[in-house]
Design a protein around this ligand. Structure first.
Ligand code: PLP
Length: 425
């Protein structure tokens, strides 16, 4: 068991007042990658739902670890190892505060949302799901929150049930209610759909599941970067996030779990660090969080996640969320006014994501032409093929916004879409 009691945390910068105006140009200065041209045009980066960009302070924190602290954690008694351990466990404390978890040991470092969901599938699912049981997911999940559960159901002879959605991309909660029964063993649902941008009413979904004694995993890959998340207020049993979608390096992420579940679950992977004692006859496991962190983790990346959280706190999360909301509304109005464009995903509650199709133009062609204009969007099924099947589109083009994007960039997107239409008319 790791003690974080004596960890010296780097002092976080206090949040600016909520009513201070959002100075997007100053924020953009923090992101070195945004200062470049692509195909002779200023880069317009609108692929934040895939991976967001990393501020200089996060780059610097990773470099500092490599230059001054690089060493393995937990096992060493020497100076560098203790410094690396302090920084790594400090990052866990920051995540704990960011999510408002009860204890840092409830925050397990993983490579990203996919690994976190697989950890719960193995640790919880393989232990508690049996033949005839049911697992509920929603119609708008990313493949990362479908395939592991399907694998589990196949192995156990269990059944995957799906909460349906309407044409706007909103879950049908009455039907969800009807799916829950005494065979339901877990509900796994995303907070914000990466394909549609729908913000799901996860608090309500969790409360309903809990009435049946069923735990809920929230896939927060898209929400942690764009909403303020409080896992105690949500009362979710598990919450997963990917660092590379929230301004941190790839290879970083968290699966939060209530200690009462994590303690009862099987370990995910076996190996070094996750044990209390090993003999050829029997191994006993370490306590939380180490039980779930076998082998050498992505130390530099997870320290970077801690630095990204400091950064988010320093710019003011509430202000960032409010600015993104305004920007999405602006871009949606602008782009839906273009003749021939259809927005895919028109839920009342949306964040960050604007998916669209253009009549008679394949989304890959849209993506290629936009790239010639220096605009980075994603084109394809967004690892959400069932969403495409449900809404009867082969793919979409997806612009996804972060707090460093501007209205001028939304205008540039609209102008480039008009060019696409011209090329194909
Ligand atoms: N869940 C959602 C909603 C996502 O958008 C993504 C990635 O796009 C994932 C899960 C998988 O995240 P990762 O690739 O970081 O594991």
């Amino acid at each position: 068991m790791i003690s974080t009691e004596n960890i010296l945390l780097e002092t976080p910068t206090p949040e600016p007042p909520v009513d201070e105006a959002w100075d997007v140009e100053r924020i953009r200065d923090d992101f070195p990658v945004l200062r470049q041209t692509v195909n002779g045009k200023p880069l317009v980066y609108l692929d934040n739902a895939a991976s967001s960009q990393v501020p200089q302070v996060v780059v610097d924190r990773g470099a500092r670890y490599l230059e001054e602290e690089h060493s393995n954690i937990h096992r060493g008694v020497h100076y560098l190892s203790m410094r690396a351990t302090t920084a790594y466990e400090g990052a866990r404390e920051k995540v704990k505060r960011f999510l408002n978890a009860r204890e840092a040991k409830e925050c397990i470092f993983v490579r990203g949302a996919t690994e976190g969901i697989n950890l719960v599938m193995h640790g919880y699912g393989r232990k508690f799901v049996s033949e005839g049981d049911e697992v509920i997911v929603s119609a708008m999940e990313h493949h990362a929150n479908i395939v592991p559960w399907q694998m589990l159901c196949e192995e156990k002879g269990a059944r995957l049930r799906v909460i349906p959605m309407n044409d706007a991309g909103e879950l049908l909660l009455d039907e969800y209610d009807a799916l829950l029964n005494e065979r339901t063993k877990i509900v796994a649902v995303n907070h914000i759909s990466n394909a549609l941008g729908t913000v799901n009413p996860v608090k309500e979904i969790i409360a309903t599941a809990h009435k049946h004694g069923v735990p809920v995993l929230v896939d927060g890959a898209q929400s942690a970067p764009h909403l303020a998340v409080d896992v105690q207020d949500l009362d979710c049993d598990f919450f997963v996030l990917s660092g590379h979608k929230m301004f941190a390096p790839t290879g970083s992420g968290i699966i939060y779990g209530k200690a009462e579940w994590l303690e009862r679950m099987n370990p995910f992977q076996g190996g070094g660090d996750m044990i209390r004692s090993v003999t050829f006859e029997k191994t006993t496991y370490a306590g939380l969080p180490t039980k779930f962190e076998a082998g050498t983790p992505a130390i530099a990346s997870q320290i970077g996640l801690g630095a990204a959280i400091d950064y988010l706190n320093s710019i003011g999360r509430e202000r960032a969320v409010a600015y993104e909301k305004e920007l999405l509304a602006y871009a949606t109005a602008k782009i839906s006014a273009i003749e021939g464009v259809r927005i895919i995903g028109t839920a009342r509650e949306k964040a960050s994501v604007l998916s669209f199709v253009i009549e008679d133009v394949h989304p890959h062609d849209i993506g290629t032409i936009l790239d010639q204009e220096g605009i980075a969007v994603r084109a394809g099924h967004h690892c959400a093929q069932p969403v495409m099947q449900r809404l009867k589109v082969p793919a979409t083009a997806r612009a996804s916004f972060a707090f460093y994007n501007t209205k001028e960039e939304a205008d540039a997107l609209a102008g480039a879409i008009e060019k696409v239409i011209e090329v194909f008319s």
